[in-house]
Ligand binder design. Structure first.
Ligand code: SF4
Length: 308
């Protein structure tokens, strides 16, 4: 039976032969992060895919992320190692509901979080990441904006921009951030680590964000750690802790997950074996309807125009 080293060298050899690149989200399993050419957040990875010049992209993340990579790289082969890895947050909002809201409250901009279904994105006016949401919404002329599908991020953006941000749907949330990173776990982590600085993802509930030293997307969280010495508690999916400890091995920083059980089971569905199988069998090819992909690129480009 092959050990991890055997799997890794097989993946490396296939990667070279196929001119492939492996992109992994910050929440992936450690062994998948380690084999990746780039680790980052969804939009950062999709951009890396464009820049990489590779013929084949293996996207280790949940399905909407792999679709984004396919949308932005229509001429490349994009493979998703495990199509069962979906995102419960994205599933909260159907394209039909976005169309209904547009006719119920016309002339109100509809902004969607990148953590949404591709077919829902194409019905929106703008698409943002957690890093760019407040910036884009603050630059819109309108005072009332529809935002979905994460109600916590909608609330955060409303606090930062002072605008009336209507969450769509009213109850959309990431189960990991909502239930496993609520005030109970975060207060416990703070009590066990006196003096630690808390950095929270904006998908966490309001009570957690209210006591955070800083709030930001996964990339922003990694950036904020740079300026802190001593203990740092990360209130987000636990995979980011592995990434952060690798980036900052100095003993001057102690990086602690707010809850080590805050695991996104979908993100963890992709194993090293899945990555190997993906390259060997060229599976599972991500195919986005060309017209849907064209419309999605239009929404993304419109959004990037505003935040540049
Ligand atoms: S952590 Fe939450 S938002 Fe991210 S993929 Fe998992 S369920 Fe979706």
């Amino acid at each position: 039976m092959r050990g991890v080293e055997g799997l890794v060298s097989e993946v490396e050899a296939l990667k070279r032969r196929l001119r492939a690149v492996i992109l992994a989200h910050n929440y992936q399993l450690p062994e998948v992060q380690d084999i990746a050419d780039f680790v980052g957040d969804s939009l950062g990875l999709a951009r890396k895919a464009v820049e990489s010049g590779a013929d084949v992209i293996v996207f280790a993340g949940v399905s909407f992320m792999a679709e984004m990579a396919a949308v932005l790289n229509p001429d490349k082969v994009v493979l998703h190692p495990n199509p069962c890895a979906g995102c419960p947050l994205a599933n909260y909002l159907s394209p039909q509901r976005v169309r209904e809201v547009r006719s119920e409250i016309p002339n109100t901009p509809i902004v969607l979080y990148v953590n949404s279904l591709t077919r829902a994105k194409v019905e929106a006016d703008y698409v943002v990441t957690s890093a760019s949401a407040a910036k884009l919404i603050s630059r819109l002329g309108e005072e009332v904006v529809v935002f979905g599908p994460d109600r916590n991020l909608a609330d955060h953006v409303s606090t930062v921009t002072g605008k009336h941000v209507l969450p769509l749907p009213p109850h959309g949330h990431c189960p990991v951030h909502e239930y496993l990173l609520n005030e109970y776990y975060v207060a416990k982590a703070l009590a066990e680590n006196p003096g630690a600085k808390l950095i929270a993802h904006p998908e966490t509930p309001r009570k957690v964000r209210a006591i955070a030293h800083a709030i930001g997307s996964t990339s922003q969280m990694l950036e904020k750690i740079k300026g802190i010495n001593g203990k740092v508690i990360l209130a987000t999916e636990e995979g980011l802790t592995y990434r952060a400890r690798k980036l900052y091995p100095s003993r001057a920083k102690e990086i602690i997950p707010a809850n080590p059980l805050a695991v996104c089971v979908d993100m963890k569905k992709i194993t090293l074996m899945d990555v190997l199988r993906s390259l060997k069998l060229m599976k599972h090819r991500v195919r986005v309807d060309p017209e849907v992909a064209r419309r999605a690129r239009e929404v993304i480009e419109r959004s990037l125009e505003i935040i540049k």
